[in-house]
Design a protein around this ligand. Structure first.
Ligand SMILES: [Zn+2]
Length: 228
């Protein structure tokens, strides 16, 4: 399979996974940089559940639509300006994860208390401004808030997760939401015992030093949407 076709297929699979796992419903979007360029594959204005290879668009970091039928999701500036600011980022998940919204709403952010959340050892900044990200300026502000981190919350809205490839961005978006759910339960029950920096580093090395765990998670989650 040609590299671009493979990328398109993985983007479709990731879109279906974030839907199947409850991170999005009618809204939200996953994108992928076309390697070595300032352009990216992006879905049209449809639920991630309905994304297919033949309805993907191509946009650039300046917000121009270069290919594809239909109009892009209105929040394309999130993706465009993260790709502009972060040459290392190859994929972005913008999700409306309910537990992430709840954590952001109580003046908290994700703080690792279970193994997979060690992916976020560098922090999960919160973008405080409510509302859709529909301008270049807001896209730049979102990218600035993300900084060098892997994930951020958008208060009252959802989360953005940036990855070195689609698989990692997708799996980390799932693990971010899992972390948020566990954090809410722990906060409701008492005082959570969050990982300290040394603990986070140790688990991070075990889970993320090589691609095995992320690939195994991808294999599992993609099997759940294989018939889509
Ligand atoms: Zn949104």
């Amino acid at each position: 399979m040609h590299d671009l076709e493979h990328l398109e297929q993985e983007l479709v699979t990731a879109s279906h996974i974030v839907h199947q796992q409850g991170l999005v419903n009618a809204f939200g979007h996953v994108s992928a940089r076309i390697p070595g360029t300032e352009t990216f594959l992006f879905p049209p204005r449809r639920s991630p559940a309905l994304i297919r290879v033949d309805n993907l668009l191509v946009l650039d970091v300046e917000g121009n639509q270069l290919a594809g039928e239909g109009r892009p999701n209105t929040e394309f500036w999130i993706h465009a300006r993260i790709y502009k600011a972060r040459p290392d980022v190859q994929a972005v998940c913008h999700v409306h994860s309910p537990n992430c919204v709840a954590v952001g709403s109580v003046g908290e952010t994700i703080r690792p208390l279970h193994h997979p959340a060690s992916a976020f050892k560098d922090g999960v900044p919160v973008f405080d401004r409510i509302g859709l990200i529909r301008t270049r300026e807001l896209g730049d502000a979102v990218a600035k808030t993300l900084g060098a981190c892997r994930a951020m919350l958008l208060r009252g809205h959802g989360a953005n997760v940036a990855g070195e490839d689609i698989r990692r961005a997708c799996v980390l978006a799932l693990w971010l939401e899992e972390a948020a759910g566990l954090q809410l339960r722990a906060m409701a029950a008492g005082q959570p015992r969050y990982f300290d920096p040394e603990e986070m580093e140790r688990v991070h090395d075990q889970l993320f030093a090589e691609p095995g765990p992320v690939n195994r998670a991808w294999e599992y989650f993609s099997s759940l949407v294989a018939e889509c």
